[in-house]
Design a protein around this ligand. Structure first.
Ligand code: G4P
Length: 527
C-alpha cells in the first residue's frame, strides 16, 4: 500500500446530512462550509431545498435540482481533513435519491428540530442507515426556539430511530432563556450569543462544579446543569467510539445552526470520530480502500433537463485505489474499456476537472447513456458493488402508450429512466401491463414530461389500487408455484426479473402471509 494513498484515505470524511424538511439541513450545511472556508458569508449556498410553495410546480423543482448539481457534492478542507458532504434532496418525493446517496457515504449527520422531534422522513432514512450500519451523529437544532425537554428528545430519538444515544453536549435552558451548551466531550462551556455570522466563544471549564459556571450562567442554571449532567452520567454509558462506528450508538449534540451555535463543536468532534472510507462489500469480495487498483461505482445519475443538452452526469464514488483522468477503466456490466477525459470534482462550490481522486471522493462523469445506477468501474477485475435494494414504492400507476407510432421510443425511454433510478418498473406477469411505482406523485409528472421531451414518446397513466410491492421467496418450489398460481393476477417481475407480489391491501397481504407460511415476503429487493 502506498503511503500517499493511505494518507489521503485517512484524512477523508464523506458523509450526508439528513433530516425531515425544515429541520435545518441547509442551514447546517452552509455553516459547515463557512467553517471550511468554502464560502465566506452565510446565505451563499444555493441550496437544493425546494420551497414548499413550489410543490405543485415540478418544473420549478427540476430547475432547482439542476442548480443543485453544483451542490450535489461539497468538498472542502478543514484542518488536515478533506470533507465531502453529499447533498440530498429536501423534497420527500425524491426520497429515492436520498436512499441512493446513502450508499455512497461513510457516515451521516441527522438534524432534528428540538420542537418537532423525530419526523417521518428522518425515521425512514434512519432505516436505511440501520440496514447498512452507517455511523450516525445527531444534531438537535433550533435551541434558540421554544422546544421540548432535552431528556424527552433523547428518549424519542432512541425509540423512534431505534438506536442508543449518548449526549456529548448539553443545553442550558432552551428558547428565550437559552444560555448555551456544556460540551461534555471537550469539557467546555459555550455561551450563546445570537448571531448568524459570528462564532460563539468557548470558555474552558476544568470542572463543572467550579464557581466559574455559576458566575457565567447564574446559580440556578448552574445547579440544574450539574444535576442534568449527573443524571446523564448515571443513565447513559460512557461514549464509546467503536460502538458509534458500528452504528450502535449515536452521539448527540445540541445547538442552533442559524446562529452558528454548536456547529463548530459538532464539526470538530465529527472529524475526530467519523470514519474515513471503509472496506466496501462487492458481490465477489470485500474491497479495501487501500488496495492499489482503482474501483468505484455509480450511485446517482443526474439528467440534464435542458433538451438541447441530453447529457447526464454519473456520480461515481471511488472505493479503492486512485482514480486517474484519461486512464483506461473497465465498465464491468458491459465489458467495455472507457477513458474519462473530463471527470469533475466539487471543491469549495466549484466544479473543476480533476486529474485524480481518492477513496471517499465523488467524481462526476459526463455521460450519454452508458451508465446505470450501481454500475462498477475497475482496472480490469470483474467486481460488482452491491447497490441499495429497491424498497416497495408508495404509489403505483399503469403506464400506457398514448401514441401507437412511438412504442419503441416509449420502451426505450422507460428503460433508461428506470436505469437512472427515477422510479421502479414492475411488469404484470398475467397481462404484461407495465406498472410504475414511485415514492411521490411528482415523479409521475417528471416521467411523463421527460418521455415526451427526451424520447418523443407519449404516455398515459391509468389508476391501479395497490398497497405494497413484496418481493417473495421460498425454499419450497412447490409452495412458490402454488402461490403464484393462486395469485396469478397479482404477480409481477421487477426490472431484474425477480418475483414480486402486488398486494392491493394490507388485509390481503396479511391473509397471504398466514395462508402461505412457506413463502417469505420482503418489502425490499435485498434481504
Ligand atoms: P431544511 O434544509 O432542513 O429544509 O431546513 P433549512 O435549513 O432551510 O431551515 C428551515 C427553516 O428553519 C429556515 O427558516 C431556517 O432559517 C430555520 N432555521 C434553521 N436553523 C435554525 C435555528 O437554529 N434556529 C431558528 N430559529 N431557525 C432555524 P425559513 O424561514 O423557512 O427560511 P429562510 O427564509 O430563513 O431561509
Amino acid at each position: 500500500m502506498s503511503e500517499e494513498l493511505n494518507k489521503e484515505i485517512t484524512r477523508r470524511r464523506t458523509f450526508a446530512i439528513i433530516s425531515h424538511p425544515d429541520a435545518g439541513k441547509t442551514t447546517l450545511t452552509e455553516k459547515l462550509l463557512l467553517f471550511g472556508g468554502a464560502i465566506h458569508v452565510a446565505g451563499a449556498v444555493k441550496s437544493n431545498k425546494i420551497k414548499k410553495t413550489a410543490t405543485s410546480d415540478w418544473m420549478e423543482i427540476e430547475k432547482q435540482r439542476g442548480i443543485s448539481v453544483a451542490t450535489s457534492v461539497m468538498g472542502f478542507n478543514y484542518g488536515d481533513y478533506k470533507i465531502n458532504i453529499l447533498d440530498t434532496p429536501g423534497h420527500q418525493d425524491f426520497a429515492e435519491d436520498t436512499y441512493r446517496t446513502l450508499t455512497a457515504v461513510d457516515s451521516v449527520i441527522i438534524v432534528v428540530d428540538v420542537a418537532k422531534g423525530v419526523e417521518t422522513q428522518t425515521r425512514r432514512l434512519m432505516e436505511v442507515c440501520r440496514m447498512r450500519n452507517t455511523p450516525v451523529i445527531i444534531f438537535v437544532n433550533k435551541l434558540d426556539r421554544e422546544g421540548r425537554d432535552p431528556f424527552d428528545i433523547l428518549d424519542e430519538l432512541e425509540q423512534e430511530l431505534k438506536i442508543s444515544v449518548r449526549p456529548l453536549s448539553w443545553p442550558i435552558n432552551i428558547g428565550a432563556k437559552f444560555k448555551g451548551v456544556y460540551n461534555i466531550y471537550e469539557q467546555g462551556l459555550d455561551l450563546f450569543t445570537p448571531s448568524k455570522q459570528t462564532i460563539s466563544e468557548r470558555v474552558a471549564i476544568s470542572d463543572v462544579s467550579s464557581s466559574e459556571v455559576d458566575r457565567l450562567v447564574g446559580e440556578t442554571d448552574a445547579a440544574k446543569l450539574r444535576e442534568d449532567l449527573e443524571l446523564i452520567e448515571g443513565v447513559y454509558p460512557e461514549f464509546d467510539k467503536d460502538s458509534y462506528l458500528r452504528g450502535e450508538v449515536a452521539p448527540v449534540f445540541f445547538g442552533s445552526a442559524l446562529n452558528t451555535f454548536g456547529v463548530k463543536e459538532l464539526l470538530d468532534c465529527f472529524v475526530q470520530i467519523a470514519p474515513s472510507p471503509r472496506p466496501v462489500q462487492a458481490v465477489e469480495r470485500e474491497v479495501d480502500p487501500e488496495e492499489e487498483q482503482f474501483s468505484g461505482f455509480v450511485f446517482k445519475i443526474h439528467a440534464n433537463m435542458d433538451p438541447n443538452h441530453r447529457s447526464c452526469i454519473a456520480f461515481v464514488k471511488v472505493c479503492s485505489g486512485k482514480f486517474v483522468r484519461n486512464a483506461n477503466y473497465l465498465h464491468v456490466r458491459n465489458g467495455k474499456q472507457m477513458r474519462f477525459a473530463a471527470p469533475t470534482a466539487f471543491m469549495a462550490q466549484k466544479k473543476n476537472i480533476v486529474d485524480e481522486a481518492y477513496p471517499g471522493d465523488i467524481v462526476g462523469i459526463p455521460d450519454t447513456g452508458n451508465f446505470k445506477i450501481g454500475d462498477t468501474l475497475t482496472e480490469g477485475e470483474l467486481l460488482h458493488y452491491k447497490g441499495l435494494p429497491s424498497f416497495s414504492p408508495e404509489m403505483f400507476k399503469y403506464i400506457e402508450n398514448a401514441d401507437p407510432m412511438k412504442a419503441k421510443q416509449l420502451d426505450k425511454g422507460i428503460r433508461q429512466l428506470m436505469d437512472e433510478g427515477v422510479a421502479q418498473l414492475f411488469t404484470n406477469t398475467f397481462n404484461g401491463r407495465k406498472i410504475i411505482g414511485t415514492v411521490g406523485q411528482l415523479q409521475f409528472e417528471v416521467i411523463q414530461y421527460r418521455l415526451l421531451h427526451e424520447y418523443g414518446a407519449q404516455c398515459r397513466w391509468e389508476p391501479i389500487s395497490l398497497y405494497k410491492a413484496c418481493w417473495i421467496e421460498s425454499d419450497d418450489d412447490e409452495a412458490l408455484s402454488a402461490f403464484k398460481k393462486r395469485k396469478y393476477q397479482y404477480m409481477a417481475t421487477d426490472k431484474d426479473g425477480r418475483d414480486v407480489f402486488l398486494a392491493d391491501s394490507n388485509y390481503v397481504l396479511q391473509m397471504a402471509q398466514s395462508d402461505f407460511p412457506k413463502i417469505r415476503f420482503y418489502f425490499s429487493s435485498e434481504h
